[in-house]
Write a protein that binds this ligand. Structure first.
Ligand SMILES: *[C@@H]1O[C@H](CO)[C@@H](O)[C@H](O)[C@H]1NC(C)=O
Ligand SMILES: *[C@@H]1O[C@H](CO)[C@@H](O)[C@H](O)[C@H]1NC(C)=O
Length: 164
């Protein structure tokens, strides 16, 4: 009898640990959830692909957060592309990034400097290996304002972004 109980308990324990092992797989961190990107100064605003028009060169601009698909991006802390969710278009700084250049989407490519971003611990979205950051143009919160790159500057509120 004792032997049978031990066997049953052992099978139960094995089943439970198999279930426990399966649980993290269902919510794998390798598939990041889509997020919205909000400027620090106004949490009611979100970055979006203008007009949900997915074509090379379409501006990325500010709008009221409205839950629409064109306001969702795939990215994670650290080095990453910033991909318009559900599309093959990425946030792109252009071939000669500098202060004042408007941000747009472009077809995603691997290892492309213009699409190689780094989300820093102090909430900046910096172009990797370059001193340019995603910047709210003129600190202007009006809907339709296209964001730009600008020299990364500490404590610049136009360069503070929240992911949600
Ligand atoms: C993100 O894209 C995936 C895949 O296309 C889709 O299933 C999901 O609903 C999208 N998320 C949002 C918030 O739009
Ligand atoms: C703010 O952005 C809007 C939309 O792009 C634009 O029409 C307006 O002229 C801008 N205002 C300033 C002060 O830059």
């Amino acid at each position: 009898m004792i032997g049978q109980k031990t066997l049953v308990l052992s099978i139960l324990a094995t089943t439970l640990s198999a279930l426990a092992l399966n649980l993290p797989v269902a919510s794998s961190p390798l598939v990041p959830a889509a997020q919205v990107i909000k400027p620090g100064g106004d949490m009611s605003k979100c970055l979006e692909v203008a007009g949900a028009d997915y074509e090379n060169g379409v501006p990325v601009e500010l709008n009221d957060c409205n839950g629409a698909a064109n306001q969702y991006w795939l990215l994670k802390a650290g080095e990453t592309k910033i991909q318009a969710n559900g599309t093959n278009y990425c946030l792109d700084a252009g071939s000669s990034p500098q202060s004042g250049v408007g941000l747009k989407i472009w077809q995603c490519y691997d290892n492309l400097a213009a699409q190689d971003w780094y989300f820093t611990d102090d909430h900046r979205i910096a172009l990797n290996h370059q001193s340019q950051c995603v910047d709210l143009t003129n600190g202007n919160f009006t809907n339709g304002n296209q964001v730009q790159t600008w020299d990364c500057t500490t404590n610049n509120h136009n360069q503070y972004w929240n992911l949600q």
